[in-house]
Design a protein around this ligand. Structure first.
Ligand SMILES: C[S@@+](CC[C@H](N)C(=O)[O-])C[C@H]1O[C@@H](n2cnc3c(N)ncnc32)[C@H](O)[C@@H]1O
Ligand code: SF4
Length: 389
C-alpha cells in the first residue's frame, strides 16, 4: 500500500502563515492589511471557510509536505474564535503532517477581553503567544492609539505566561520626545514581566497611515538618526545584560530554544505558505521557487479562493532574485549566509566584493559563512545596498 505522505527531506518542510485582518481599532502607525472588525461577523465566517479551502488547494499544489511551524498573524488573531483557530490547526496538521511537535504562534493584543480567551486559545493548540505590548507608559500607549493601558498589558502578560509555554512581546521605541533614559527605564520595567522573547521595533513612519500624514504636515517629528541609533544601542545593551541574545536585528531570545522557529525557517530561505488576504508565500513548485501574494481585499480573496485563483500575483523567481532574498534575510540573523549563497548572486570574484565591508568591520567571515557584525547590524540597510549593487 502506498503511504499517504512520503517522508520528505526536512529542507522541503513548509511553514504556514495565516493572516487574520481584523482589529478592534486601527492604530495610527499601522500599515498592515487590516480592517475594523465591527459589523463583520458574517464576513469573518466566509473568510474562515475560504482560509480552510485555500489551505486545501495549496496542499494539492505542493504535494505531500511536512509542516515546520504555523503562525497566525494579523491584524489581531487573538480576536478569532478559538474553535476557528482549532479548525485551522487541525486542518493544517492533516494536510501537512508535522514530523513532531511544532511551534504554533498567535499574535495577540493585550486587552482584558482577549486575555479571557488565552486559555481557550492554548487548548486549541497555540503554544506560543506573541503579544503587542508596545509600551507600558499610558501616555505613550495613548499616543500610539492603543486600546489598552499599561496595567491591562501587565495583566495580559501574566495571564499569557500561565496559559502558554512560550511568550514573546513586541515593544515600539523611537516615539517623539522619547529620551534614552526613559526608554531604558521602560525596557527594564518590561523585563520584569517575564517572557522568553522580545521584538523591540523602532517606530516606522509609514506614509499611508495617520502618523505618516501627521509627520508630513509637520504636526510632530520623530527622533533624528543619532537619537534613534542611541535608542537602538541602548536596546542591545539592556537586553544583552538581561540574558537575551539578538539573533536577528529586531528579535532577542533568552537562549537558542526561545528563538522563533517560524521566523528562522523563513529567514533561512525555507518554503512557506501564505493563507488569508494579502498573505505572501514562497513555494518551490516543480523545482522553481515561486513568490505568491494573495488578494489584499477580503471579498476579492474569498472570491478568488472560490474561483481557484486566490493570488493576485504568482511569479517564478529568477535564481538571482531568490539568492538576493536569501542574503537580505540571512544577514539580518546571527546565522548569516553561506558563502555559496553569495556565490549564487552571480558573483565570480569570490570574496573580493566583500573585502571593503569586511575591512570596515561591518561583515565578518567564519566557517564559510558571512555575518553582519555588531557594527554592521544597525546600518544593515546600507551594508546590503553596497553588497547587492
Ligand atoms: C501587525 S502587528 C500584529 C499584532 C497585534 N495586532 C498588535 O498590534 O499588537 C505586529 C507588530 O508590528 C509592529 N508594528 C506595526 N506597525 C509598526 C510600525 N509602523 N512601526 C513599528 N512597529 C510596527 C507592532 O509592534 C506590532 O506588535
Ligand atoms: S498594530 Fe495591531 S492592532 Fe493596531 S492596527 Fe496594526 S494589526 Fe491592528
Amino acid at each position: 500500500m502506498r503511504r499517504a505522505h512520503r517522508v520528505s527531506d526536512p529542507k522541503d518542510d513548509v511553514a504556514l502563515y495565516v493572516h487574520w485582518p481584523y482589529c478592534a481599532r486601527i492604530c495610527p502607525y499601522c500599515d498592515f492589511n487590516v480592517v475594523r472588525d465591527r459589523g463583520r461577523g458574517e464576513e469573518q465566517a466566509g473568510l474562515m471557510r475560504a482560509i480552510l479551502a485555500d489551505m486545501e488547494a495549496q496542499a494539492a499544489l505542493t504535494g505531500p509536505r511536512r509542516m515546520a511551524s504555523l503562525f497566525f498573524g494579523g491584524g489581531t488573531p487573538s480576536l478569532m474564535d478559538p474553535d476557528a483557530v482549532a479548525a485551522v490547526i487541525d486542518r493544517a496538521r492533516s494536510l501537512f503532517p508535522p514530523r513532531g511537535p511544532i511551534e504554533i504562534t498567535l499574535e495577540a493584543n493585550p486587552t482584558d477581553a482577549e486575555a479571557d480567551r488565552f486559555a481557550a486559545l492554548a487548548d486549541a493548540g497555540v503554544n506560543r503567544l506573541s503579544m503587542g505590548v508596545q509600551a507600558l507608559d499610558d501616555a505613550a500607549l495613548a499616543f500610539l492609539g492603543r486600546n489598552h493601558t499599561g496595567d491591562e498589558a501587565r495583566r495580559a502578560v501574566a495571564v499569557a505566561a500561565r496559559a502558554f509555554p512560550r511568550l514573546s512581546i513586541d515593544l515600539i521605541h523611537a516615539l517623539p520626545g522619547q529620551t534614552v533614559d526613559g526608554w531604558r527605564a521602560e525596557l527594564t520595567e518590561a523585563l520584569d514581566l517575564g517572557f522568553e522573547h522580545v521584538s523591540p521595533y523602532q517606530l516606522t513612519i509609514e506614509p499611508a497611515t495617520a502618523f505618516g500624514r501627521a509627520v508630513a504636515r509637520g504636526a510632530w517629528t520623530p527622533p533624528d538618526e543619532d537619537l534613534s541609533a542611541t535608542l537602538y544601542e541602548t536596546t542591545q545593551t539592556v537586553l544583552e545584560a538581561a540574558g537575551f541574545d539578538a539573533y536577528e536585528v529586531s528579535n532577542h531570545a533568552r537562549g537558542v530554544a526561545a528563538r522563533s522557529a517560524h521566523n528562522l525557517h523563513v529567514w533561512r530561505g525555507g518554503d512557506y505558505l501564505g493563507v488569508g488576504p494579502g498573505a505572501h508565500g514562497r513555494l518551490t513548485l516543480d523545482g522553481v521557487r515561486t513568490a505568491t501574494v494573495a488578494h489584499r481585499g477580503i471579498a476579492a480573496y474569498v472570491a478568488g479562493v472560490e474561483a481557484g485563483a486566490p493570488w493576485s500575483e504568482r511569479e517564478a523567481q529568477s535564481a538571482r532574485d531568490a539568492a538576493e532574498e536569501k542574503v537580505l534575510l540571512g544577514l539580518r540573523t546571527v546565522e548569516g549566509v553561506a558563502l555559496t549563497d553569495l556565490a549564487a548572486l552571480g558573483r565570480t570574484e569570490g570574496l573580493e566584493p566583500l573585502a571593503g565591508l569586511i575591512g570596515d568591520g561591518f561583515l565578518a567571515v567564519a566557517a564559510d559563512r558571512v555575518r553582519a557584525t555588531a557594527a554592521g547590524r544597525p546600518v544593515l540597510d546600507g551594508v546590503l545596498r553596497a553588497l547587492l549593487v
